[in-house]
Design a protein around this ligand. Structure first.
Ligand SMILES: C[S@@+](CC[C@H](N)C(=O)[O-])C[C@H]1O[C@@H](n2cnc3c(N)ncnc32)[C@H](O)[C@@H]1O
Length: 137
């Protein structure tokens, strides 16, 4: 198993530039977050534990954390740079609401969690993927 490369985020952006650039590059970027939040809201019960893998700079969690006041969010990404940006973005939230896991790719994730997650999200769209999806429909 290849260990996560701490600085590689597999996007064309530097972690510190990601938020400023992504909306202009990926159409419907914030809609993906909103639709994800709507989907989780429609579940019969609110999640106690929500893992966001490939969390990037934490944009999804920074929106969801306000809507799910009783949920604890666990964030993981293979890129330390992305995780650092997410930590900065979420620095005002109490530590009980959030936990940053050890950097890891989703497919290599092996950290033992204290509680089983109720929701796991993995939003990893690229412009190339979107072009493919929209060509296919
Ligand atoms: C397009 S960004 C999306 C970030 C975030 N999910 C969002 O919605 O803003 C892709 C993220 O996936 C991460 N990533 C790349 N390969 C990954 C993998 N194999 N497993 C988990 N995350 C990965 C990158 O480091 C980057 O932070």
């Amino acid at each position: 198993m290849t260990p996560a490369q701490p600085t590689q985020n597999y996007t064309i952006h530097l972690p510190e530039d990601y938020d400023a650039q992504i909306s202009g590059i990926l159409p419907y970027y914030s809609s993906f977050h909103q639709e994800t939040i709507n989907l989780v809201k429609s579940l019969p019960s609110r999640p106690k534990i929500w893992v966001d893998t490939g969390c990037g700079t934490g944009s999804l969690v920074s929106k969801a954390i306000e809507k799910f006041p009783d949920t604890k969010f666990l964030l993981v990404d293979p890129s330390e740079g992305m995780l650092d940006q997410a930590r900065k973005k979420m620095s005002l939230y109490p530590t009980g609401r959030l936990e940053f896991l050890t950097a890891s790719h989703t497919q290599e994730f092996s950290q033992k969690l204290e509680e089983k997650p109720d929701v796991i999200t993995a939003i990893r769209l690229t412009k190339a993927m979107l072009s493919y999806i929209f060509r296919a429909v």
